[in-house]
Ligand binder design. Structure first.
Ligand SMILES: Cc1cc2nc3c(=O)[nH]c(=O)nc-3n(C[C@H](O)[C@H](O)[C@H](O)COP(=O)(O)OP(=O)(O)OC[C@H]3O[C@@H](n4cnc5c(N)ncnc54)[C@H](O)[C@@H]3O)c2cc1C
Length: 585
């Protein structure tokens, strides 16, 4: 068998979890005829943002456990047997008390990820694969040279280096708009050490999902303490924080769902529509994937066998009816009462090892939306954003039990409340400090509440084309804004008439909706404005591909995306040479 003799130079930009999975894929490829260079802004590899001090303090925990995490070099359970003793002591973890079903401190998980990088590097060395790691080396620009088939990576420290392939794994980014200019206004809760504040007044938080819960956990510990007494979990304020409290705001006034036992710890993703089925559907549906088709096949079709009773309830519902039904049943209850009920239900689910199946399947649907999203019509994308995403955002962000207990104790102490602010609320930063929250309450009365301290906790924003960090690629058109065609010209025209600035008419008369981020294909290759994919440049950084990849699923995304990238990259490297069918990775 023949394969290329020329070693390919591959750059991984960002050594967080995505970079780690990519490195694993490259070093496990059957013909790893590569020289790999990893550029990392920070002084260490593996932990990325959420699992390093950039995204976590000691009180922050993962929402997945060992059994849900794809094995990288070895499982966490295995690694605990060889981990440095001081790391285990710091997080109070040992081989006896380790439980593969339990969530972990995020900083501990970061230590594991860093160790996995090292283990992979040692193995790569033994295999003769050269790896260069540049720490404390942010990439400042990327330039493509199609005529040479190469890409330049530019850093301040090393100047320009030339590569055959580049995989952008630069991950999370929370742009700062007001923070630093307006006192006590925070554009995000990260890094969370900045929230170690002694506060004597109510804090306003925008959002109620896991990002908001991160902020709540830090603030609560700085201004009081949790304790167990008579079988109850209680919170006491510190004497100098007597005015402290937290007011969360969300559109529908709901808290996220509680973590329960998953029947399939990898969320049954194999049971969803295959790429072939999607391609067949597209061919029969005017070049689009229908959102209703995905809802029927990746959601409703999962129930007849596993939960016939639930299927009986939803079998005649369309997407809108289903979402309305679920949301209405949640909105009728006080959010903390519902949270307590769901906590008890989740405890039962964990004890009996029985899933709450519809929530599990909704998480599957959310993940499974990523692949077909780029084939939706603009009309269906608007439905996805408006109808399905609000439900998905409250149901698939599973809150770990210890975070639930914090929230319930704070609420019982009268220090945590939730306000439903509807769709037309806004936040006005106040130059003297904090912000005003302006919204219409459930009785229809306009409200304006000032918070001396305000934290925007809506989670990783989908960033726009203009936010893309490597300017040469935007300036020369190597990357292009993500667009979706309208199926109906009349709908596109009406959207423009109604003032929707994201809708434009293309030169050929068709109407297009601009969605967040840049255009990618199924292999995560960047695509230019003429629709041509670039087989040298890949991107896995979720904030910049949110339009075509709406679900930020975390570690499972890193695994799935890195597989798509390696398959495409190996095809590209060995184009024209005969490879065994199993030889891609
Ligand atoms: C607060 C938080 C908690 C989360 N918790 C979970 C969880 O419990 N379970 C789960 O499955 N998922 C979780 N996620 C999802 C999470 O997004 C992914 O698991 C993961 O962080 C994605 O990894 P990444 O490498 O793409 O991005 P990142 O983690 O952001 O890593 C990117 C890396 O690139 C580096 N970098 C950035 N710019 C440059 C540059 N210009 N040059 C060089 N290097 C650069 C950064 O320093 C960083 O190391 C969480 C996300 C957040 C934000």
């Amino acid at each position: 068998m023949e394969h290329t003799k020329k070693t390919k130079r591959i750059a991984i930009l960002g050594g967080g979890p995505s970079g780690l999975f990519m490195y694993k894929r490259l070093t496990e490829a059957k013909y790893p005829d590569f020289e790999i260079t990893i550029f990392e802004r920070k002084g260490y590899l593996g932990s990325g943002m959420p699992y390093s001090p950039e995204g976590a303090n000691d009180e922050h925990i993962t929402n997945v456990s060992d059994n849900e995490i794809p094995v990288i070099f070895n499982s966490i359970h295995e690694w605990v047997k060889m981990a440095p003793q001081d790391t285990l002591t710091r997080f109070n973890i040992n081989t006896e008390n380790f439980n593969e079903y339990k969530v972990l401190p995020r900083l501990f998980f970061g230590e594991y990820l860093s160790a996995q990088f090292e283990l992979l590097r040692h193995r790569a060395d033994r295999q003769g694969i050269t790896t260069h790691v540049y720490l404390n080396t942010p990439v400042i620009d990327v330039k493509d040279y199609p005529e040479n088939g190469t890409v330049d990576i530019i850093t301040e420290a090393n100047g320009t280096e030339i590569f055959d392939y580049v995989i952008m794994c630069t991950g999370h980014n929370w742009p700062k708009k007001y923070e630093g200019k307006i006192p006590d206004y925070f554009d995000s809760p990260y890094p969370p050490r900045k929230l170690k504040l002694k506060i004597n007044h109510p804090v306003g938080i925008k959002g109620s999902s896991l990002t908001a819960i991160d902020a709540v956990r830090t603030l609560a510990r700085e201004n009081g303490s949790f304790r167990e007494a008579d079988g109850k979990y209680l919170y006491d304020l510190n004497a100098d924080s007597m005015g402290f409290g937290i007011v969360m705001h969300s559109r529908n006034g709901l808290l996220p769902a509680v973590r329960f036992h998953l029947e399939d710890s990898h969320l049954g993703k194999d049971a969803t529509l295959s790429k072939t089925e999607i391609a067949e559907h597209i061919a029969l549906n005017g070049g689009f994937v229908s959102l209703d088709f995905v809802f029927e096949r990746n959601f409703k079709a999962m129930f007849p066998e596993k939960d016939p009773a639930f299927y009986g309830l939803i079998k005649d519902m369309n997407l809108e009816e289903f979402v309305e039904w679920i949301m209405a049943s949640r909105e009728q209850k006080d959010p903390f009462e519902l949270f307590k009920l769901e906590y008890a239900e989740a405890e039962r689910s964990i004890r009996r090892k029985e899933s709450i199946y519809w929530k599990e399947v909704l998480a599957v649907l959310s993940f499974a939306m990523n692949y077909p999203a780029k084939y939706l019509s603009a009309e269906d994308m608007q439905r996805l954003q408006k109808v399905l995403m609000p439900l998905i955002s409250v149901v698939i962000a599973f809150v770990p039990q210890s975070s639930c207990r914090d929230l319930m104790a704070l609420h019982d102490a009268g220090l945590l409340e939730m306000i439903a602010v509807g769709d037309d609320s806004h936040v006005e930063p106040v130059s003297s400090g904090g912000a005003d929250y302006i919204y219409t309450d459930e009785l229809g009365t306009k409200q304006q509440q000032h918070f001396n301290t305000f934290i925007d906790c809506v989670g990783q924003p989908h960033l726009s084309f203009a936010d893309f960090p490597f300017r040469s690629l935007t300036d020369d058109g190597t990357v292009s804004p993500a667009l979706l065609d309208f199926k109906s010209a009349a709908m596109g025209k009406a959207a423009i008439a109604s003032g929707n600035e994201l809708v434009k008419q293309a030169g050929d008369g068709t109407f297009q909706l601009q969605v967040p981020g840049i255009t990618i294909n199924d292999s995560f290759e960047v695509v230019n404005g003429n629709g041509n994919n670039n087989d040298r440049i890949y991107i896995m950084a979720v904030p910049y591909i949110g339009g075509y990849n709406p679900d930020y699923s975390g570690i499972d995304f890193c695994e799935a995306a890195s597989e798509a990238v390696i398959t495409s990259l190996m095809n590209s490297v060995y184009a024209g040479t005969q490879l065994e069918s199993d030889s891609m990775a």
